[in-house]
Design a protein around this ligand. Structure first.
Ligand code: GLY
Ligand code: MN
Ligand code: MN
Length: 354
């Protein structure tokens, strides 16, 4: 990946790249810790960190020159500035979307090289997954699937959303996930219309939808899936909305292959509800790339400019959200192949009545 970045910099006559976004630091260096920065030119690779992480950086990033900013200068900014001055470059890129104002000031103040904001360069590389990344993403999806098998046994009248959310995180770690959980959504009843609802102390009641939107990391690579179940017997309306949602998922997933425009996937997703009262309750954002971060390019929706590419890994998550009634989302994670796709999450998609 470093070679790809160097080629990009050379082609665009840019002398180096200062990298601050944690996922980009990891992608470029293999470093799994925090609070660290890279500065890369075509002849040098600096890894700028503090003493908490120097040993880890030496182990994980043997090809980098480790700069301990506490020894090097009074502040992180001093170290960044003098590291850049060690090179003979005339200009360098930085991630405009991620560099803080204070670091930006140091990058530009009395610095001999010009700082140029570059956005999305490494994110573009990251949107096409390598075989190793696909292996890790597949493992993260399988862990989430195994956790689903376990959590549905816990869902019953009287337990709280928070208890279930906590169990879900625990099951994923027990099934092999990285220890850091990330924002699982587990909501019930009328609260399921909240697109990003937070698990609460509400107890599960008979007849509730329970919506679980969750995932885990495996070696840093994330899964993201959603299943919605009913506690007890589903009502006719619950069955109707669920069936439409499932059709939306099936129609849109069937479109996903290399070369398809993301808007065509969106159009397929709304086919089932276009002429129904439910159209006004769908949400436009029907999927996103996923990897070291949960929401990555390509984003899919009616105004997307993206064309799906081989080895993108993308979620597909149409949904119907009816305020003060409830919502249904089913979300899968999909690997795009040259002639179709492979759905990496495999939990059952039929309506489960618990
Ligand atoms: N709930 C956010 C997502 O699945 O992307
Ligand atoms: Mn999700
Ligand atoms: Mn998602």
């Amino acid at each position: 990946m470093i070679e790809k970045l160097i080629s990009y910099l050379n082609e665009n006559k840019i002398g180096g790249f200062f990298i601050a976004r944690p996922q980009n630091v990891r992608y470029m260096s293999g470093y799994t810790g925090e609070d660290s920065y890279l500065f890369i030119t075509d002849t040098e690779k600096f890894f700028i960190t503090d003493p908490r992480y120097t040993e880890q950086a030496q182990q994980e990033c043997p090809d980098f020159t480790i700069v301990n900013w506490r020894e090097h200068g009074k502040t992180l900014s001093d170290a960044i500035k003098s590291t850049i001055e060690k090179t003979s470059i005339k200009n360098f890129g930085f991630e405009g979307d991620f560099v803080t104002y204070n670091i930006y000031k140091e990058l530009t103040f009395e610095n001999k090289a010009e700082a140029v904001a570059l956005n999305g360069i490494i994110e573009n590389f990251r949107s096409i997954k390598t075989p190793e990344e696909i292996h890790n993403l597949r493992a993260a999806c399988q862990i989430a699937d195994r956790a689903f098998e376990r959590i549905i046994k816990d869902i019953r009248v009287g337990v709280t959303e928070k208890e279930l959310a906590s169990n879900l995180s625990h099951y994923m770690v027990m099934e092999g996930a990285d220890t850091k959980p990330y924002g699982n959504i587990l909501i019930s009843g009328k609260r399921t219309s909240l697109l990003h609802g937070i698990p609460s102390n509400k107890t599960i009641e008979y007849g509730d939808f329970v919506l679980m939107d969750y995932g885990c990391g495996y070696k840093g690579y994330l899964s993201d899936m959603t299943r919605t179940v009913v506690v007890g017997k589903a009502t006719d309306k619950q069955k109707e909305v669920y069936a439409l949602e499932k059709k939306m998922l099936e129609d849109s997933t069937a479109m996903m292959k290399a070369g398809t425009h993301a808007t065509d996937v969106y159009n397929a997703s709304v086919k089932a509800i276009k002429d129904t009262e439910y159209f006004k309750y769908h949400y436009n954002g029907i999927g996103h790339g996923i990897g070291l971060f949960v929401h990555e390019i390509p984003f899919m929706g009616p105004r997307s400019n993206e064309i799906l590419k081989e080895n993108n890994v993308i979620t597909i998550e149409p949904g119907i959200y009816i305020p003060d009634w409830g919502g249904v989302r089913i979300e899968d994670q999909v690997l795009i192949t040259s002639d179709g796709n492979e759905v990496l999450t495999s939990s059952v998609r039929d309506l489960i009545e618990l």
